[in-house]
Design a protein around this ligand. Structure first.
Ligand SMILES: [Zn+2]
Length: 66
């Protein structure tokens, strides 16, 4: 059952901010709002969220270097 739990936790319906797992939603819903922490516009694609995080870190690094 562990793989099933991991699948759920690493899925697109898990809030990347607080880890709250959203209820099931239609496949055509691309973004959702987390009712637990209030984060809005969470992309269903967790890779997109990670890309945004990486982009943010890169920006921070560049700005602090100046
Ligand atoms: Zn959340």
């Amino acid at each position: 059952m562990f793989w099933l739990r991991w699948k759920t936790l690493s899925g697109s319906q898990c809030c990347f901010h607080c880890g709250h797992i959203a209820d099931t939603m239609p496949l055509d819903v691309r973004t959702w709002d987390c009712p637990a922490c209030g984060t809005q516009g969470i992309d269903r694609d967790i890779k997109a969220a990670r890309n945004i995080l990486q982009a943010g870190k890169a920006t921070t690094r560049e700005s602090s270097a100046n």
